[in-house]
Design a protein around this ligand. Sequence first.
Ligand SMILES: C[S@@+](CC[C@H](N)C(=O)[O-])C[C@H]1O[C@@H](n2cnc3c(N)ncnc32)[C@H](O)[C@@H]1O
Ligand code: SF4
Length: 355
Amino acid sequence: MSVRHLYVHLPFCAHRCGYCDFVTATGRGDLHGAYVDALLRELGEEHDGTPVETIFLGGGTPTYTALPELLRLLRALPPASELTVEANPETVTPELARELRGAGVNRVSLGAQTFQPHLLEVLERRATPLDVECAFGHLRDAGFDNLSLDLIYGIPGQTPEQLAADLAHAIVLEPEHISAYELEAKPGTRFTVAHGAELERQAEQMEDYFERVVETLTVAGYRWYETANFCRDGKFAEHNLGYWLGRDYLGIGMGAVSTLGNERRRNTPKLARYLQGRYDREVELLDDETRARERVMLGLRLDEPLPLRGLRTALDPAGLARAEELGLAVEEGETLALTRQGRFLGGAVTAEILA
Ligand SMILES: C[S@@+](CC[C@H](N)C(=O)[O-])C[C@H]1O[C@@H](n2cnc3c(N)ncnc32)[C@H](O)[C@@H]1O
Ligand code: SF4
């Protein structure tokens, strides 16, 4: 099957950070080779080897995977114009940076989250602020000219001054791309139990934090092109842009999701099953209406107006009129966009506009 975007899930991590609910497995160095075998088997079944536009190796911690196995995987992937690997700073050595570059990786997304040592501890992160700086240096030395940095704000106990310091620190490193996510506390996790009261106390500050993030990064020359994503010199996250534009993508690996035509499917999140080639796929059939609604929800996160052709049935004309009256959305010709104010309110405005 030919797709334009390929996601590959590498689940292994050195340890589990308290706030994370992604599909991960701790350690398991003994299984990295078998896992890559399983990935290559699934890739062979699902893709004909023709070039794709983007590939994203996400995790987990892809760069925690035993290096020979990671390189074996990279060399077996189809050609792609953008090949991104997610990395945790403490895993980036000069050797790893050189090997990734040599294997055709041309973009690295580095999970910094924060530069405040005590907040890194709250998140149970392993990397120190110095690790992030060193990782950046190693990647630049290896020739990477497209680096992205992930930040999280709304960490329990984080003050506005600490957020400002994180943003300043990120800007000084001059990444081409920055993702800044509001911390999502998953109900029932030990993190949420431990920090619930503080998270509740902080909740009403989050709109203000979001505005500070956007203000600071745009003043520093970054384009706020998606709700939580910022870039310089047109260096968008092309892979993610594929999702936001509602394109099909193939996801391989345990827990990986694919959207192919009117089908969304998710592989088993169980490592043992996946290694046996038993994908136990959960399949959801997407009707045109659902795809149109998703297209509106995702499309309105972008700063480019959304073409409305084929999407009218997903809109509530009265809700749209209200959003326009309040200065939150603008319909122009056959396109729709949120205003700056509308983008700050984000999902709430989209919910109003949707039928
Ligand atoms: C799943 S992680 C994988 C990358 C890498 N292992 C890491 O931890 O940096 C991808 C990104 O998702 C974001 N993320 C993960 N859990 C989150 C949460 N609960 N709330 C907000 N952002 C989160 C982080 O910014 C992280 O860099
Ligand atoms: S390293 Fe990343 S993927 Fe692994 S547990 Fe921590 S946040 Fe989750």
